[in-house]
Design a protein around this ligand. Structure first.
Ligand code: NAG
Ligand code: NAG
Ligand code: NAG
Ligand code: NAG
Ligand code: NAG
Ligand code: NAG
Length: 894
């Protein structure tokens, strides 16, 4: 009794009831724990049931997920198996579960779903474990399903989950084998029949073992075998057969799947839960060459567990506690992030898992801990220095000691006999997971990479209090600092930035990075007790800063290069000046730059500002977020945050939160799922507490603590006495200022001010400001002429080609490869009315549950909330000032 063909297709039109204004990323991470266990779901169609994709978006990861209610109503919560008419089963109805809400936290993506009378949540938890490196190194994620009856009636419910062999290889015509282990847990495992150790093909590992596991118990059945048979049987019967299929075959030969069914019995108003583990274990994880040794390193969890099965058993047993730890960590991060804004909270939440999933944590000789980062989305490089530099804020915030684990593999190699350059290498290998080293890197990037290494080395020591690296590699750091000095960051002719900008003798953003690198060297020298070196480097940095300012600072902004007076740059390399409390650059310059950003935003494209006037139309979200961390102007900061948020939620382009895209149309340039997004944590790191005194003698983590003025003490007094009153008055003042600014705009002719446009997180739908966006001109065949320069735009071309930009040019290998990337595959199974407004309208007269409110739902745009926002941020600034006074000696009267 098969149903008529057409009947099955109701589900294609099962629209969700997501409302406008809520954070709905175009892709959400679901199982992201390593470069190879990295699954995302496409949310551009606002529905839960599509096939999950590998981060590259061009590989389906088969995952069937169903819920069966009262024996004859079936719903799909992940995958798109039901859409296939060849899947036969008996059921009165089959449809997608309704997506009522989506919550993204730093560790979890939670789907709030409805299946007829059953309300259920699917929580994908990819843990981040700041204080346990064994747990952090587990390549496993949790999937929780919690169900409850929504109508006070009892309903019979069965749930189902399976994985396919597609998780094991990019190619389908590859033979796999599998097994099921029974015990306190049931664990399916599958691997390639001929795995190849430490190799990847099209970004997917050839040596992974896939795990799908759950706790054994009443009502749990399992089965391995062909996809139609098992899925159809579950949907008809509510259980599977507890049998192993012995016919090992290709991934796509009657797709073998590894499934579980759970009979939840009669579900009432008491919630019932199921937990599954999904994992992809590799052992060894990395091949590391340092000196004459080449070692295959084991994943760190092997120091505690002798096999992945032992690990996964402990992992499942720990599920309730893992969920509690995740909630606590999420709450901490979100509390900090919400002090900035709800948009910012969204970005930090989305960025966290993808950053940590780029890393394999391995055990080296004598149980040493190493972290190896893959340059996911951009290249295959191992510990790519410019990406580490971008991602570093996330590591500093989560556990600054991890910074040492990331830097040490680079340092170890660079101090070996194999490495002869006098400057830092851009990475330790071109093809993850082989850290074969870069024996002879080009000197073009030497200022950029050496400075980044010195800055990161000092930052991890400063915030962890761990001086190991500083002592161990002092002479190497010194060699690099001296090489920066002899290259002369003020004359960058022949140098290149890691972004591929090069050619000029005065690239301000690179120059300041070199100067901050030297200043970081002064801090390192001071910390290891080399006072003379410290003075030397400190003096060098100070004298250079004056020359830098003379060259870089034009009338109203800092130049990208002083040979072009209209040039500008997002000065993201000023971030470490703030982070490390160096105060090399005065607040006056920061303020000037903030005002300049403010004016630039008025001519920003739909997706914001390029990262440099010489990189036309190229947005880099990570540099944008580091720039946001240099601002003191809330409007400028919020603009940068909004700019990246607009891309993260871009429903026109399914992309796994990419780092590099066109400012005009948001089209991907490169950096899918890039760990560089860890830069989103930049703003949060400004409040980290320093554990080492440093040259300025202060231990406060706040960027402005170097000053010895009495401002802190005075502010402390104000806070103590008049705080409340002052805050309210000031808050009201700023509030009026903003409103006035907006009124100007609304009253036409006067130019819209920055505040008017960006003072709020979410523009109100009928706010005239929404129309203020300067729509870019359509681009003819991928190229654009602007200010006398021709640049390439990725907007609609298939054959990318780089034109030389005068006076700078982009010429970095990664980037040109990325420019030539084929256009993203288009989704074909999209529902026609996929815009959120349409969905909301469609659902407005349907019977749906009220939306639970979540911390990630966008704030209101009302005046009251603006006022609150002003008062809140002033209060924070006051608190910061007050905390600063705790570190400063009291004013002395002699
Ligand atoms: C899939 O995407 C990855 C990452 O963008 C790319 O390297 C690879 O060439 C793509 N493969 C195919 C067959 O499109
Ligand atoms: C649904 O299934 C139940 C048994 O599971 C049966 O009693 C009932 O008649 C079925 N309802 C319909 C409409 O088929
Ligand atoms: C950071 O990591 C180290 C090493 O794994 C650990 O000893 C320490 O407790 C962690 N710190 C925090 C604050 O979790
Ligand atoms: C689903 O998640 C929401 C939001 O966290 C929560 O309010 C609700 O109780 C959860 N439902 C179940 C069945 O666990
Ligand atoms: C389960 O077992 C029954 C009875 O032996 C058989 O008819 C059915 O085909 C099996 N289903 C699957 C999916 O293995
Ligand atoms: C750029 O700066 C350098 C160094 O300060 C200076 O010598 C040069 O004249 C400047 N060039 C222009 C065009 O201002």
């Amino acid at each position: 009794m098969h149903l008529p063909y057409a009947y099955a297709y109701i589900l294609l039109f099962a629209l969700s009831s997501l409302v406008n204004g809520q954070f709905l990323p175009s892709a959400a991470p679901i199982v992201t724990r390593s470069p190879y266990l990295n699954a995302w779901v496409d949310l551009t169609g606002s529905k839960p049931n599509s096939w999950p994709k590998f981060w590259s978006t061009n590989r389906t990861l088969g995952w069937g997920g169903f819920i069966r209610v009262n024996g004859n109503d079936t719903y799909e919560w992940t995958g798109a198996a039901m859409e296939d008419p060849a899947l036969k089963f008996t059921a009165r109805s089959r449809q997608a579960a309704v997506l009522n809400n989506l919550i993204v936290t730093p560790t979890r993506t939670i789907f709030i779903l409805r299946a007829g009378p059953i309300q259920f949540n699917v929580t994908y938890l990819s843990p981040i474990e700041p204080d346990d490196i064994v747990l952090q190194s587990f390549p496993f994620s949790y999937v929780f399903l919690d169900a409850v009856s929504a109508d006070n009636q009892a309903h019979s419910v069965q749930v189902y989950s399976d994985l396919s062999g597609e998780w094991l290889s990019f190619a389908d015509a590859v033979k796999i084998q599998w097994d099921t282990t029974l015990g306190p847990i049931i664990a399916h495992s599958a691997q390639l029949s001929t795995p190849k150790s430490l190799q990847e093909v099209t970004n997917m590992a050839s040596d992974g073992t896939l795990y799908h596991a759950t706790n054994a118990g009443n009502g749990v059945t399992w089965e391995t075998g062909g996809h139609y048979a098992i899925r159809g049987w579950f949907l008809s019967q509510g259980s599977v057969n507890n049998t192993k299929n012995p016919d090992f075959r290709n991934i796509n030969d009657n797709y073998p799947i590894f499934g579980y069914a759970h009979d939840l019995g009669s579900v009432t108003s008491t919630p019932v839960s199921v937990v599954w583990a999904v994992g992809l274990a590799r052992n060894p994880v990395i091949r590391q060459t340092s000196g004459s040794d080449t070692l295959d390193l084991l994943p760190y969890w092997t120091t505690k567990y002798s096999s992945p099965l032992d690990g996964i058993q402990a992992f499942l047993a720990d599920a309730p506690k893992a969920k509690e730890r995740a909630s606590a960590l999420d709450a901490k991060i979100q509390k900090d992030a919400m002090k900035i804004s709800s948009n910012y909270n969204d970005l930090v939440s989305l960025a966290a898992r993808q950053t940590f999933a780029s890393v394999e944590t391995a055990v080296g000789p004598s149980d040493s801990i190493y972290m190896f980062m893959k340059d996911i989305g951009t290249s295959q490089r191992v510990n790519p220095v410019e990406t580490l530099y971008a991602a570093f804020p996330a590591f500093l915030y989560i556990n600054s000691t991890w910074g040492r684990y990331l830097l040490e593999p680079l340092l170890q190699y660079e101090t070996s006999t194999q490495y002869t350059a006098s400057y830092a290498s851009p990475d330790i290998g071109s093809f993850f997971p082989i850290a074969a080293g870069q024996p002879n890197p080009s000197s073009l990037r030497s200022i950029d990479d050496s400075s980044a290494m010195l800055i990161m080395a000092w930052a991890q020591a400063r915030f962890s209090g761990d001086q190991t690296l500083l002592n161990r590699y002092y002479s190497t750091f010194q060699k690099w600092a001296d090489s920066i000095i002899s290259s002369n960051p003020l004359n960058t002719a022949g140098a290149q930035t890691a972004d591929g900008l090069d050619g000029q003798n005065d690239m301000s953003n690179l120059a300041i990075k070199g100067i901050i690198g030297i200043r970081a060297m002064a801090e390192i020298s001071h910390t290891v007790g080399k006072g003379d070196d410290a003075s030397k480097y400190q003096n060098q940095a100070s004298s250079w800063v004056s020359s830098w300012l003379a060259s870089a600072s034009s009338g109203d902004h800092l130049l990208s290069t002083n040979s072009t007076s209209s040039s500008w740059s997002l000065m993201y390399n000023l971030y470490p000046d703030k982070l490390l409390g160096m105060k090399l650059v005065s607040q006056e310059i920061y303020d000037k730059q903030d005002r300049f950003y403010t004016t630039r935003t008025l001519s920003g494209d739909k997706y914001g500002l390029a990262y440099d006037s010489n990189a036309i139309n190229v947005v880099k979200s990570h540099w944008t977020m580091l720039t946001a961390a240099t601002t003191t102007d809330i409007g400028a900061r919020d603009y940068f945050v909004k700019m990246v948020h607009d891309k993260a939620t871009d429903s026109n382009n399914f992309a796994t939160f990419p780092s590099t895209y066109s400012s005009v149309d948001g089209k991907l340039i490169t950096g899918l799922a890039s760990p560089a997004q860890g830069a989103a944590f930049g703003l949060l790191t400004l409040n980290l507490e320093s554990k080492l005194a440093g040259l300025s003698g202060n231990t406060g983590g706040s960027p402005d603590t170097g000053s010895k003025s009495n401002v802190g003490a005075i502010a402390g007094g104000i806070v103590g006495g008049l705080a409340g009153l002052v805050l309210i008055v000031l808050g009201f003042f700023f509030f009026l200022r903003k409103r006035k600014a907006r009124d100007y705009h609304e009253g036409e002719s006067k130019p819209a001010t920055f505040f008017a446009r960006f003072g709020r997180d979410q523009p109100h739908p009928d706010d005239p400001l929404v129309d203020y966006h300067v729509e870019p001109m359509p681009l003819p065949s991928g190229y654009q002429s602007q200010q006398g320069r021709v640049s390439y735009s990725n907007s609609n071309s298939s054959s990318g080609q780089l034109l030389q930009l005068a006076p700078l040019r982009l010429h970095n290998a990664d980037q040109s490869a990325a420019f030539q990337a084929p256009p993203l595959p288009r989704k074909t199974d999209r529902i026609a009315t996929s815009s959120l407004e349409d969905v909301a309208r469609y659902n407005s007269n349907r019977d749906v549950l009220p939306l639970p409110t979540s911390p990630s739902v966008g704030g209101t745009s009302s005046d009251a909330s603006q006022l609150r926002h002003e008062v809140e941020s002033l209060r924070r600034e006051m608190e910061e000032m007050r905390s600063r006074t705790m570190y400063e000696p009291p004013p002395e009267y002699t």
